[in-house]
Each structure stands twice: as C-alpha cells, then as structure tokens.
Design a protein. Structure first.
Lengths: 287, 257
C-alpha cells in the first residue's frame, strides 16, 4: 500500500469526473450558463473560495486535500482538460446558446458537463496550490504566483462574469435623448444612462458621433465617440456601431453598442499577472 | 517597390550566408564569423520583410505565405540564440535547412494578396500578436527537432529542450493574452472559443503539461520527448491544420486565405 496519492489516483479522479459529468448531462441536460448571472455567480465564487480555504486548512488532517496541491494531481487534470479541448477542436461546435446537434452534447462543448467539471477541477487544484504559496510569503514565490494566481483569477472572473456581461444596441437620433436599448434577442432594456446625439458625421477613416451622456446620478459627459474610440461612462463602454447607411454623411441616426462587463477589471488583473509571469519565464534559469 | 517576385533576390544571399555560417559552425573555433554571417543573412532577409511591409502598406502577416516569411526569418534567429547559449553544433544547419524549405515553398507557391487589410485587423495589437506567435512557433519547432535528435540517443540530455520550451511557452502565453486583450477591445469578448482559439488552448495546455511533467518526473525522459512531438502536432493543427479541418470550416475568424 502506498502512503501518498499519485498520478494514478489523479487519473482515476478525472475519469470519475467525466463519468459523473456524463450522468449529469443525461439527467439534467447541458450546463445552463445563463443561470450563472448575478447573484448566482457571487454565491458560486464564495463557495469556491471558501472550499479552497477550508480544504487548505484541513490539509494536515486529510490526505486528499494535501495531494490536491501536488503535480501528481495537477498533471492528470491538465491532460483531461487538454483531451476534452482537442475533442472540442475536432468537432463542429454550434453557436453559443444553441442546443447540441447530437445526443451526447459534445457539439456544445462549453455546456458539456464533463468539460465543465474537468476545468472546474483544474481551477480548484490551481487555487489549492496558490494557497500553499500564499501562506508562505517570499520573493521567490512571486513568479509562481503571477503565473498560477493570475490564471486562477482570469479563469474564474472570466467564466463567472460571462453571464453578467451586457451587450446592447441603442439607436439615437440627432437632437434627441435615448435611454432604451435592445439586446441580441431584440428585448428592450431601460438603461441607467441616456445618450443625447448632437451630431453624426463621417470623416475619411472614421465615423464620429458628438454626444452628451447623462447618468441617473446626475453626471453628464460631453464627448465624441468614434470607431475604435469608445467612451466609458459609469461602467458602460459605448462603441460607435452603425448609422443610416443609405444617407451616409447626412445620416441623422447613430447606432451605439453598449457593453457592460462588471468583472472586467478582475479578468484584466489576471491577464496582466500572467503576462508578468510569462516574462519571468525568460529570466528564471531553473523552474 | 518590392513584390513577391523579388523574394529570391533577398532569399538567396541570406540563405548563402546562413549555409556558410552553419557549415562553419560544425567545426569549432570560428565563432565570430558564424555570428557575423548569420546576422548578415538576418539583415538581408529582414530588409525584404521591411520592404514588403512598406510596399504592402500593412504588416505582411495576413496570408499563410506572409507568415511563412516570418517563420523563415525567426528560425535562423532562434537557431543562433540556441547555438550561442548551448553550443549545439548542428542546430544552425537544421534551422537553415528548415528556413530554406519555407523559402522554397514561398518562391514556388506565393500566396499573393491585395493591399487591403480587413478593418478588424487594422489594430496596433495585430503585429505584436502574430509576430510573437511566429517566434513561439520557431522556438517550439526547434525544441521538437532537438527532441527527435535526443530520442535517437542513448544518453539523453533535455536541458536545451527544457529551455527552448520554457521560452516558447512564454511567447505562446504572451501571444495568446495579447490576442485576448485585442479581442476584448475589438469584439467585446476575450475568448470566443473559435477553432483557432480552441486549438491554441489545447496547445498551451500540452506545453504546460510538458513543463510540469519535467518537474514531477525529471528522470522520465522518453515520455517527455514523445510528448514534445504531440505538442508540436497540436501546434501545427493550430497554425495551419485547422484550415483543412472539416469541423473548423467557416467558423474561424483566424483562417488565412
């Protein structure tokens, strides 16, 4: 009898996860990511962080938790994720939000339970290994934490924040103020911000709208919005999207794309940490 | 105004420099001239890329042929860095040979394209994203060649492969994250799992597995070397394989014409 768990156990766990995922897929259907919108994602985040913390604190007592922060657990998890990702790469995927076109569910891989559970397991392991480094602060741990904690933050914030992202389209007319916008499914939303279009004009390489943006809290912003030059107001990013193409420069209509992504700063934080971590890979001689 | 027709004018002198340098590097004691000739070749080939950039009025990165140009450029560069750092005598010959293959493909089958670049690609992120990826492909390609060589040897030494993989992985990570930042800015999502991105994720995971495996089982060499080959196959899928993959047809924003 071996005293510690190794890669065999890691592979067994992954196989069990895939099997459980298949059962869930058959019984409950594909993963419903739209149910992950606020406040569900906050609850999931709290549960995830608290379980990582408690498993970390119990690592002295429970062998499984100790093992979760090892390479022997991590490598099979990465292999499982890589295999499912390759499977995704060789199957034709349906557009997001659509039902899979075959009975198993691999054509909607992002909602395929074994895929989601494998990545969740990997994320959990990355979180566990970050804990072991976080509790022993040292300069030598910084490259490790940049790479691993950065990935953890980017992955968790990107996934949990996805359902909170709002992408709406607002059609404005010169001289009028608009606060309603439609989503991709043509549902009308009333927004906490309003846009007054003063003027729309076409320059040689860009379309420009001269606008004033009003918010409920009383802030007004007067600025121009052009292609690739969005305006940020109270968490909303306003992009120049379209205009009345039949009238060109004479168009008195301007269409804006409004994007709200409250988890964006955290995803950026994770990405920046990973970028810094990648740079440390050049500098470090030994890993 | 240079065009694809002028490629051989630059490619032949560059290849000549690289070949002579490679042959000289096989024998010890002529360091300075090896470096000088390789850099000379790089300058000649680099000036062709720069002139193409100028006459196309956009970075030459849009078509398969254009990315091959960068690959032909970066291979001898990575070869020289590897040679300078770890003194593998044969590495320059290998990189020159591979570079020559890509140049020949480009001379015989140039994929010529119009001057215009689609609006989404007119972004300051575009050039760094693709150039960093090309450098990563060249570095990991060199790691794969080293792996093939080491597989045939009895006394295996993976130090060079580890180093190249680490550098290659760093470039893959930076290229991937630049792509994510660019996508967020241009399309509103960091990662949309289009076929190219899916294969990029798979490739990235494969190289991560190699790196972690080397730490976990440093004495288990053969599986590590075989895994390198798998990583490289994944990378080729990501680079050009998806253009031929039925599951990816018409779905990727990344397919080169």
């Amino acid at each position: 009898m071996r005293k510690t768990w190794g890669m065999t156990e890691g592979s067994v766990v992954c196989c069990v996860l895939v099997a459980v995922g298949m059962l869930l897929q058959v019984s409950a259907g594909p993963v419903r990511w739209d149910a992950m919108a606020y406040p569900a994602n906050i609850v999931v985040l709290a549960v995830l962080l608290l379980s990582i913390l408690s498993m970390h604190l119990l690592r002295g007592k429970v062998r499984l938790f100790r093992w979760m922060a090892t390479l022997q657990a991590g490598i099979p998890a990465m292999v499982a994720c890589a295999m499912l990702t390759v499977l995704m790469g060789v199957t034709r995927q349906v557009p997001s939000g659509h039902q899979p076109t075959e009975p198993i569910g691999i054509t909607a891989m992002l909602s395929f339970w074994p895929f989601v559970l494998s990545y969740l397991w990997l994320t959990l392991l990355v979180g566990m290994v970050c804990m072991t480094r976080l509790v022993q602060p040292s300069w030598r741990n910084i490259p490790f934490l940049l790479n691993h904690l950065g990935l953890f933050i980017a992955l968790v914030a990107g996934t949990l924040g996805n359902a909170d992202m709002q992408q709406l389209f607002m059609t404005t007319q010169e001289g009028k103020t608009e606060w309603r916008a439609v989503d991709a499914k043509h549902h009308v939303h009333e927004l906490p911000i309003a846009i007054e279009l003063h003027d729309f004009y076409i320059e040689p390489r860009s379309f420009t709208s001269d606008v004033t943006v009003y918010t409920k809290s009383g802030i007004t912003v007067r600025d121009t919005i052009r292609v690739n030059k969005p305006l940020s107001v109270r968490g909303w990013k306003i992009y120049q999207y379209s205009y009345d193409e039949t009238r060109g420069n004479e168009s008195d209509i301007s269409v804006f794309e409004l994007v709200r992504d409250p988890w964006l700063p955290y995803v950026y934080l994770g990405i920046l940490m990973m970028l810094a971590g990648a740079v440390t890979l050049f500098i470090k001689n030994k890993w | 105004m240079v065009s694809w027709n002028d490629l051989w004018l630059f490619a032949l002198p560059a290849l000549a420099c690289w070949t002579i340098a490679a042959l000289l590097s096989l024998r010890s004691g002529r360091q300075a001239i090896v470096y000088l000739l390789t850099v000379c070749g790089l300058l000649i080939f680099g000036s062709y890329i720069a002139l193409m950039w100028h006459s196309l009025e956009r970075p030459p990165l849009r078509t398969m042929g254009e990315t091959r140009l960068w690959y032909s450029f970066f291979l001898p560069l990575v070869g020289l860095i590897t040679y300078g750092r770890w003194r593998y005598r044969w590495v320059l010959l290998f990189s020159t040979l591979l570079s020559a293959v890509f140049i020949c493909i480009n001379i015989m089958k140039p994929e010529i394209h119009s001057k215009e670049m689609m609006p989404a690609l007119q972004s300051p992120w575009f050039a760094p994203h693709v150039i960093i990826y090309m450098f990563a492909y060249a570095t990991t390609g060199a790691a794969m060649l080293l792996s093939l060589w080491q597989l045939s040897r009895r006394d295996k030494d993976l130090a060079g492969i580890d180093n190249l993989t680490r550098v290659g992985l760093a470039f893959l990570t930076i290229g991937m994250l630049f792509g994510a930042l660019w996508a967020k800015e241009a399309w509103g999502t960091y990662w949309s799992w289009d076929p190219k991105e899916t294969w990029a994720a798979a490739t990235w995971l494969c190289y991560l597995i190699y790196v972690h495996w080397r730490r976990c089982r440093p004495a288990s060499l053969r599986p590590a070397l075989l895994w390198q080959i798998l990583c490289f196959i994944c990378l080729q899928m990501c680079w050009w394989g998806i253009n031929y993959l039925p599951s990816a047809q018409g779905l990727s924003a990344h397919t080169y014409q």
